[in-house]
Design a protein around this ligand. Structure first.
Ligand SMILES: NC(=O)c1ccc[n+]([C@@H]2O[C@H](COP(=O)([O-])OP(=O)(O)OC[C@H]3O[C@@H](n4cnc5c(N)ncnc54)[C@H](O)[C@@H]3O)[C@@H](O)[C@H]2O)c1
Length: 245
């Protein structure tokens, strides 16, 4: 494996989850030093551990500076944490709304707002957000999830334009279904065996399988790397050819 990120400082949120863990492992394999943020990061091998709840504004506001302090430099921020709530608007509780908006929109906003000046002061950097295909086009019965991911995609496009002049590139990856705890616990909650359900779902994907976390992590690392040096405000779909329907 190459060393595209030798000496770089990286902050990853949702680092204990399926995609996040893969992102952390790949950055470290390519020479980066990584600060990990999640509610519980005790099981994640990393260079700095910054556990906390992204619904707490002060924690989200302070994460980029905390990562900079812990690593000695900050070049890349991956806003990857996310939650999914199910159902149409008529079945959405106030708690679902607050959780989804808080984790999927407000936290990336707070972290990006704090990170951009730090990245700019260091001569430039990259932010990569984890959006979703289910925000670019509506999926059924996930109204608030889709809305929050649409908002994150829009925020990415806006920040990508607004901060490019500082050398700060902001882009997003938009996966369709990925074989992570988020997908598997959803199946389990609905009474399906996750392995069987993931295999069945794979048959609906033109490439023949559901994405694995590494399939998404590789694109996140590309967007964070110099290979994507002219990309600002892009939303890259990673969907195995499967449309949202
Ligand atoms: N799995 C999929 O099918 C899929 C598809 C498209 C997009 N995504 C997006 O990918 C990203 C990563 O999800 P994943 O599939 O790896 O799921 P995951 O559930 O394995 O990981 C999400 C992580 O975010 C963390 N998190 C959630 N709320 C938090 C909070 N309040 N404070 C701190 N951390 C919090 C969780 O603890 C978890 O470790 C999410 O933004 C998700 O919306 C996932």
């Amino acid at each position: 494996m190459g060393q595209r990120f030798a000496g770089k400082g990286v902050l990853v949120t949702g680092a204990a989850g399926g995609i996040g863990l893969s992102v952390v492992q790949r950055f470290r394999a390519e020479g980066a030093r990584v600060a990990v943020a999640d509610r519980d990061v005790s099981a994640v091998e990393a260079d700095a551990h910054l556990p906390g709840d992204l619904l707490e504004a002060a924690y989200a506001d302070g994460l980029p500076q905390a990562a900079l302090d812990a690593l000695g430099r900050l070049d890349i921020v991956i806003n990857n944490a996310g939650v999914i709530t199910r159902g149409p608007v008529t079945e959405t509780t106030d708690a679902d709304w607050a959780l989804s908006v808080g984790v999927n929109i407000e936290a990336p906003f707070r972290i990006s707002r704090a990170a951009i000046p730090l990245l700019a002061a260091a001569g430039g950097g990259a932010i990569v957000n984890t959006a979703s295909c289910w925000g670019l086009r509506p999926g059924p019965n996930h109204a608030i999830y889709c809305m929050t991911k649409a908002a994150l995609a829009s925020l990415t496009q806006c920040m990508g334009m607004d901060h490019a002049h500082l050398g700060v590139r902001v882009n997003a990856v938009a996966p369709n279904e990925v074989n992570t705890p988020m997908l598997r616990t959803g199946f389990a909650k609905r009474g399906f065996d996750p392995d069987t359900a993931v295999a069945e779902l794979g048959k609906t994907v033109p490439l023949g399988r559901v994405a694995e976390p590494q399939d998404i992590a590789d694109v996140i690392l590309f967007l964070a790397s110099d290979d994507a040096r002219y990309m600002c405000g892009s939303i890259v779909e990673v969907n195995g050819g499967k449309p949202v329907k």
